[in-house]
Write a new protein. Structure first.
Length: 277
């Protein structure tokens, strides 16, 4: 995807890394990338995680390491779920420990993180180090960051997120603004009927050109991106509410239950009813 470039501002802050906590009513769509690596731990809430061309759900203790300039976005658009969203974020440059020859192996981890890495069942010690990161001074934080990365390097229970064929190209600010606007519009209107013609009109493009541009920018066709986003939203409803499946189908923008069931089975391998069971 071709999102907004985020300026972390490490040089201006005179810090070698950036640490912050988020707590929001919702994580609104914000496609972006930056030259720093990013380690994100979800502390509360659930939603959909977009990394490169990967579209998957997230929930509490979801731990992901993102490589440099890898587009990403966490979106929680479930208005029926009152639980707030929370995350702990660590951003740092790949050269942070370059002066230590003993840390050269970390670059293997950084290289693997170019596709995004989800750690399936992070060790309790790793999670605790992240949760307690702000309880020590900045000098100790540098040592703890190294300890966290060392533990993640040895944690082989992991999954790569973006496909091996995904290739993000850094583009102009104008192109970044366009893809951000379109994807935000889609994600905020999943419950509505969205068509290629409507998206093309918003983008000031003819339909055929829009389809080619969207596929190149996002790594998915418009229909595939829309269906995947809707199904992930449906999974949240199925997991967190007692809504009827028919109501969930319509709330996620599907015009018929049969279409919803077919799409769900195609993407998830099981039916909505089986997913909920």
């Amino acid at each position: 995807m071709k999102p907004v470039v985020e300026n972390i501002g490490l040089q201006k802050s005179k810090k070698s890394f950036h640490f912050f906590k988020l707590e929001e009513t919702q994580f609104k769509p914000f496609w972006h990338y930056h030259p720093e690596l990013e380690l994100t731990l979800i502390t509360k809430g659930c939603g959909t995680r977009f990394v490169g061309n990967s579209i998957l759900p997230y929930s509490k203790n979801d731990l992901v390491l993102l490589g440099a300039n890898l587009p990403h976005n966490y979106a929680s658009l479930n208005y029926d779920v009152p639980e707030r969203q929370g995350a702990i974020v660590l951003q740092f440059p790949s050269h942070i420990f370059n002066s230590f020859m003993e840390c050269e192996l970390l670059h293997v981890l950084y290289h693997e993180a170019e596709r995004g890495i989800q750690f399936i069942k992070p060790k309790a010690t790793t999670l605790q180090l992240i949760y307690d990161f702000d309880k020590v001074d900045t000098t100790q934080q540098v040592a703890i960051l190294l300890q966290i990365l060392h533990q993640l390097f040895h944690d082989k229970n992991r999954k790569y997120l973006a496909s091996s064929l995904y290739n993000h190209q850094i583009v102009s600010a104008k192109s970044q603004a366009k893809i951000k606007a379109i994807t935000t519009y889609i994600l905020e209107n999943l419950d509505k009927k969205l068509t290629v013609k409507e998206m093309a009109d918003i983008s000031n493009m003819v339909e055929q050109s829009f389809c080619r541009w969207f596929k190149k920018a996002v790594g998915h066709s418009f229909v595939a991106f829309l269906n995947s986003s809707r199904i992930e939203q449906a999974c949240i409803y199925l997991s967190t509410s007692d809504k009827y499946i028919q109501a969930i189908a319509f709330d996620c923008g599907f015009e018929s239950v049969s279409h919803f069931n077919r799409t769900f089975k195609k993407l998830k391998g099981i039916s909505p009813r089986e997913f909920r069971a």
